[in-house]
Design a protein around this ligand. Structure first.
Ligand code: SF4
Ligand code: SF4
Length: 221
């Protein structure tokens, strides 16, 4: 099971501060199992969003957002609601947010931090990668992970070595930052690149069993 923690409510409210209509998409897989997106937690987030005088266009739970085939089949029924929303708040691991980013061109806000990947990863082999950095940055990078899509895990733009959209380290790979730029352009969010992302706290990547809050039977294994 992938372990996630909810982002602080203030951080989520900051993400959506200039928007009015928010679609909440919840993964009914790992985040529900580890209670970071349990019904109770989702209700708490809904309450915070309503108190901030935002309109929730829909709260939708789909099992395993990391499964793009399943996600496409389910989302197709909600296209109009999504079109009428300013953005989606996504309560899933980093892989789920990235999978969604491949399917739709809307601003996406990650509502959870992925902190542990040591388990069964969704239901579908996925090309999206997450390193469980513990402080998800997908808000600032168009739903494309800078840690895993850039060979150097750069957080604040490209290294300057990209050529024809390929990475200078491995020219069989797309430059992650080229992809991030294109996605932000498509979703009208290029301005977000002006924000400086501070150096990552690598201690977030190595949580203790206590921090993970695993059921005791899992810790014993
Ligand atoms: S920024 Fe990347 S590595 Fe960190 S939690 Fe998000 S998807 Fe995972
Ligand atoms: S070329 Fe792009 S993906 Fe490769 S290291 Fe530089 S910024 Fe990262």
């Amino acid at each position: 099971m992938l372990i996630t923690n909810p982002k602080p409510k203030q951080e989520i409210l900051e993400f959506i501060k200039e928007e009015e209509n928010i679609f909440i998409l919840v993964c009914g897989g790992c985040p529900e199992a580890c209670e970071s997106a349990s019904d109770k937690k989702v209700k708490e987030i809904e309450k915070e969003i309503k108190e901030a005088k935002k309109n929730i266009t829909l709260t939708l739970k789909i099992d395993f957002l990391c499964n793009k085939a399943l996600l496409t089949t389910k989302l197709i029924n909600y296209i109009e609601k999504i079109k009428n929303s300013d953005s989606l708040l996504v309560l899933s691991c980093g892989i789920g947010v990235q999978a969604l980013s491949k399917l739709i061109d809307k601003p996406l806000h990650p509502g959870l931090n992925t902190i542990y990947l040591g388990g069964f990863q969704g239901l579908w082999p996925s090309e999206e990668r997450c390193q469980a950095c513990g402080d998800c940055l997908l808000e600032f990078t168009g739903g494309i992970c800078p840690v895993t899509s850039c060979s150097k895990s750069l957080l604040n733009g490209p290294c300057g070595g990209t050529k024809d959209g390929k990475c200078e380290v491995d020219n069989s790979r797309d430059c992650g930052w080229q992809l991030i730029y294109e996605k932000l352009k498509k979703t009208g969010r290029l301005k977000i690149l002006e924000k400086l992302i501070p150096a990552r706290n690598h201690q977030n990547m190595l949580p203790s069993p206590e921090t993970l809050q695993l059921p005791s039977s899992d810790i014993e294994k």
